[in-house]
Design a protein around this ligand. Structure first.
Ligand code: COI
Length: 354
């Protein structure tokens, strides 16, 4: 069926809906980069605040080989999405939380950061400029990737003299395309984050450290890897790029954010939705035994939304969990995505029309 008309509502039937959309195979979107028309860029020096940014054509950016981000990893990223509602209008989901998380990370990495208003306004500009790349309702979303980096030159270790804030966009579909649920491997020896480290901010350096571990697990047929705490190895922490929840009876638990866990916007939203549905939600240290005894397990993140876990493998033990349409995981997924895509009324004020 043709997606709804997204131009001026004139009363006449518009059969040329494709003219309002980019030439994309909307039925086969995965989580991969499709470049769009415009990106947003804003620069400032160490001593200034960000003030004037602009849209520009998507393309390579010139950067000094001595840039702080290239040499010392002084960089953060964010991820959020624009969704098309059934009537074709577009909305964002809690973008101010991404702005606040970027500010917290920027303090830690000693970078200036955009104000919440600047962040949200620039996201809106990118979405509007790339409107034809926002997938039709039900086909996916426009993923926004804000970056904040030390773009000025440095040699000695320390904050860069210049900073760049940039937002690029890409239409995306399912993160784990073709997989309705995940088979995770629990890693015993390597850790994603340690106490006092940067696991709790969205530093660009938090992700590639587990590439080898994840690649090895995928080569063995697993979907992804779950990491344990670096001190005792007894508590669950995060999957390579998403938060984790377990359900036992009426209780939903997720690792508490004590610095090694990313405070996910989806995580926070699921905690609220599950509490409102009457579940007891606990943010706590979650021992491995609780995970292995759970009824349901699911991962959350902007990219993976709410993805059920079908099995967990720890050394030679493999446990399976309930999945499918009758699960709490399914109910939470449906409620969250219903609000995000405008199918369910947003009584919590989480969505922002563009
Ligand atoms: C997101 O969910 O937006 C993330 O940041 C995960 C990303 C590494 C794909």
């Amino acid at each position: 069926m043709a997606p709804p008309f997204i131009g001026t509502q004139s009363g006449s039937i518009n059969n040329s809906w494709k003219e309002n959309y980019a030439d994309v195979d909307w039925d086969n979107l995965g989580f991969r980069l499709t470049t769009t028309d415009y990106m947003y860029i804003m620069k400032c020096s160490m001593k200034e605040n960000f003030s004037r940014g602009h849209l520009t054509n998507y393309g390579n950016i010139g950067i000094s080989p001595s840039a702080g981000v290239l040499n010392y990893g002084q960089g953060l990223f964010e991820g959020l999405k624009a969704y098309r509602k059934p009537d074709g209008r577009i909305q964002l989901f809690r973008p101010e939380h991404n702005a606040l998380r970027m500010q917290a990370g920027a303090r830690r990495l000693r970078m200036p950061s955009p104000s919440v208003e600047q962040f949200v306004e620039s996201v809106k500009q990118v979405v509007l400029a790339n409107k034809r790349w926002v997938p039709p309702h039900g086909k996916g979303s426009l993923y926004l990737r804000p970056l904040l980096m030390g773009s000025g030159s440095v040699l000695g270790i320390g904050p860069a003299p210049e900073y760049t804030f940039l937002i690029l966009a890409s239409p995306i579909g399912n993160f784990y395309k073709g997989r309705e649920s995940l088979n995770l491997l629990i890693e015993r020896d390597l850790h994603r984050a340690g106490p006092g480290g940067t696991g709790g901010i969205k530093s660009i350096t938090n992700y590639s450290g587990v590439y080898e571990t994840v690649a090895e697990a995928k080569a063995k047929g697993f979907s992804d890897v779950l990491f344990l705490d670096a001190v005792s190895g007894k508590y669950i922490e995060e999957v390579s790029s998403c938060n984790i929840f377990i359900l036992k009876d009426n209780v939903i638990s997720t690792p508490a954010t004590h610095g090694t866990i990313l405070p996910g916007v989806t995580r926070k939203s699921i905690i609220k939705l599950a509490s409102d549905m009457g579940y007891q939600v606990e943010e706590r240290n979650v021992p491995l035994e609780d995970l292995l005894n759970a009824d349901e397990v699911f991962c959350t993140g902007t990219a993976m939304v709410v993805t059920p876990v079908a099995s967990m493998t720890y050394i030679y033990t493999r446990v399976e969990y309930k999945t499918g349409n009758e699960t709490v995981t399914h109910k939470l997924h449906a409620t969250l995505t219903g609000i995000q895509t405008g199918v369910i009324e947003d009584k919590l004020g989480w969505t922002l029309p563009i």
